[in-house]
Design a protein around this ligand. Sequence first.
Ligand code: XLS
Ligand code: NI
Ligand code: NI
Length: 437
Amino acid sequence: MSEFFPDIPVIAYEGPESKNPLAFRHYNADEIILGKPMREHLKFAAPYWHVMRNELGDPFGVGTALMPWDDGSDSLQNALNRVPVFFEFLKKIGIEYYCWHDRDISPEGSSLAETHENMLAVCDALEVQQKAHDVRLLWGTACLFSHPRYSQGAATSPDANVFSYAASQVKIALEQTHRLGGTGYTFWGGREGYSTLLNTDMKRELDHLAAFLHMAVEHAKAIGFTGQFYIEPKPREPSTHQYDSDAAACLNFLREYNLLDHFKLNLETNHATLANHTMAHEMDVALGAGALGSIDANQGDPLLGWDTDQFPTDIYMATDVMTRILKMGGFTTGGLNFDAKRRRESHEPEDLFHAHIGGMDTFARALKIAAKITEEGQFDDFVSNRYASYDSGIGASIESGVASLDSLHEHALGIEAPRIASGRQEMLENLRNDYIR
Ligand code: XLS
Ligand code: NI
Ligand code: NI
């Protein structure tokens, strides 16, 4: 039956005691947690770019990945040949959503028109496979960072013709996302930033970026695409200065240019750490603005300072993510997309399975822990008690906007010097360890 991964079975749930490396210990798709099956809480997605296109090269050496189904060419036929491989992978691992960049799935042609024709042909094939395997597109995006024409930006390029090429790519990518039933469309800045201010008009570039995003919003309306738009923050890589460097910077940009009604954030763990934040911090920033959309689930190497896109195995981090997803009432359009690649040493097709099994089990375990934390409410209770002085009296007058410097001055003069209660950080860290065991 299986053609491309003949030695790999459909990965089954065998429970925590299983010693089978090709089985789930925690991810049990239909198990009900807080009234909903795990698969709906977690909404796992696989990225076409890492699963099918990442050859596992690094700055010091060529790719190592064994991909016997791939002839190594940039032909349309090779692109079409990859499609059933990907869907066999999804079927066996039990992932129901996926994501792509236009250029992962279909090659650049000898003209822009041919590039678009390639894209349409591959999307025909994807549509057939999606239906056959009951798989859905979580989001699409356009690759506006690989080709040399985008070396100085796409929507922030100093060249209006480059801007136009990018616009043409987004038009087609958006239309094909819509046609494939995609529930979202992502913009990751890629080259939207600058290398030196000596040659850069920052204000003009940001105006152009906003104009570009408004055009996408308008086009979505025109074609009837009702999916969610996302911006994915990331600092430093590849531009020295990325305009979309973290959640707060993105939200400020969206507010300034009247885009916040149309966009949410797609947060990636490794991008949070590159921005010197935790993922929990980035999620709280987005939650505070009602703009948490989707997650690129990966993690970085704490000993390396770049986007290593490793598979998530950190239960603490995953628990932080899942408590916040539960807090917002679950994903709507978003999901957990494993924007992660294997290490260069893990070059065999089987490693794709071990990698995803690990990520899925990590998040399944985190979901169970987060459900317990949520149900028992100990952290929530601690936090609300910590701010209880704002629930009534003088604190309530501050929150309601009634208080003034004069009224607080009078209040402060009439009370004993405040004695602030302990923040109990260590006690709370111990409590967290009690849940994660
Ligand atoms: C790169 C980004 C990219 C986006 C999609 O670092 O994570 O993969 O998710 O363009
Ligand atoms: Ni990403
Ligand atoms: Ni990334």
